[in-house]
Design a protein around this ligand. Sequence first.
Ligand SMILES: CC/C=C\CC/C=C/CC(=O)SCCNC(=O)CCNC(=O)[C@H](O)C(C)(C)COP(=O)(O)OP(=O)(O)OC[C@H]1O[C@@H](n2cnc3c(N)ncnc32)[C@H](O)[C@@H]1OP(=O)(O)O
Length: 292
Amino acid sequence: MAGIYRSTRYVLQNAFGSRSLPGAVRFYSQKPDPAPLINVDVDSKTGVATVTMNSPPVNTLNTPFLNEMGGVIKELEKNKTRGLILTSSSNSVFSAGLDIMEMYKAPRDQMAVFWTTLQNTWLSLYRTGIPTVAAINGHAPAGGCLLALSCEYRVMVGPKFTIGLNETQLGIVAPPWFLICMREAVGPRQTELALTSGKMFTATEALNIGLVDQLVSNKEEALAEAHKFIARFAKIPPLARKLTKEFTRQEGIKYMEEKMLDDLETFVDVASSPSAQKGMEMYLEALKKKST
Ligand SMILES: CC/C=C\CC/C=C/CC(=O)SCCNC(=O)CCNC(=O)[C@H](O)C(C)(C)COP(=O)(O)OP(=O)(O)OC[C@H]1O[C@@H](n2cnc3c(N)ncnc32)[C@H](O)[C@@H]1OP(=O)(O)O
C-alpha cells in the first residue's frame, strides 16, 4: 500500500507539477480543443447553462472528458452562471459511466491520473454553488448515475431508459462516495439493496425509490422542467443557498477532502486486482458481443 501511495504521488506530481497534493490537482489548464467533448450553451435571458455531453458513442468518462468537464464547471462558476443543466447529445445514452478502457489492463500510474481527475471533477460538480439539474435523456449506468446523483435534481426521460450503480455486476465496487450520493437520494436500505445486486432501475422504479425526482416523456420536457427547478432559486440569496447546499453535502465533501489519497490507493489496488481485471474483461466481451 505504502509503495503505491508513494508512486502514485510521484506520478501525480510529475503529471501536474504540484508540490502539495491533492489540492493542487483541482485546477486544470484547459487546452483549446478543436472538437469539444462537452457543449455549453448559456441562455442569455436566464443565465442558465445547458451543458451537453457530446462524446459519442456513449459519453464514457475518461481523463480528457473529465478534465474538460472540470474546466467547464470552473468557467461557469467564474461567470456566475445562474444554473447548470447536465444532459447528453445522444438519443439513448446519458453516460455509460467510467471508461472501462481507463481501467482494463491500464498501468497503475495511468489509473492513478484517471481516478484523481474523476475525484476532482466529481467534487467540483457535487459542491458547486450553482444550482444543478440532470436532464437524464438516456441510460445512466454506474458513473453515469453518479453524475446525475451529484446534481441537486434529476428529471428522467421515461419509460425505456435505465439508471443505477451496477458496479458489482462487473466485479468491481462502487467506492464510498458513490454510495454516499446514492444514500442521500434513496436512503440506506434502498442503497444496500441496490448496490449489493448492482441493480439497474427503470425510470419508473427510479422515481418510486427517489433515485430521480421527476419523469417526463422527452428531452424537451426534461429541459423545461430543469429550467423550472432552477427558477425556484431566483429570490433566494445565493450565498445562503450555497452554504446550505454545502452543509447538506458535508459527508461527501469531507470524505473526499480527507480521504482522497486513501480512496485513490484503494481504487488502484482493487481495479488492478486479477479478479476485477477478469470481471472487466468478461464485461467488455459481453458488450462487444452485444454490439456485433
Ligand atoms: C474501489 C473502487 C474500484 C472500482 C470502482 C470503479 C467504478 C466504476 C464505475 C463505472 O462507471 S464502471 C462502467 C460501468 N458502465 C457500464 O456498465 C455501462 C456499459 N455500457 C452499456 O451498458 C451500454 O453500452 C449502454 C446501455 C450504455 C449503451 O448501449 P448501446 O447504445 O447499445 O451501445 P453499445 O453497448 O453498443 O456501446 C457502444 C460502444 O461503446 C463501448 N462502451 C460502452 N460502455 C463502455 C464503457 N463504460 N467503457 C468503455 N467502453 C464502453 C461498447 O463496448 C461499444 O464499443 P464498440 O467498439 O463495440 O462499438
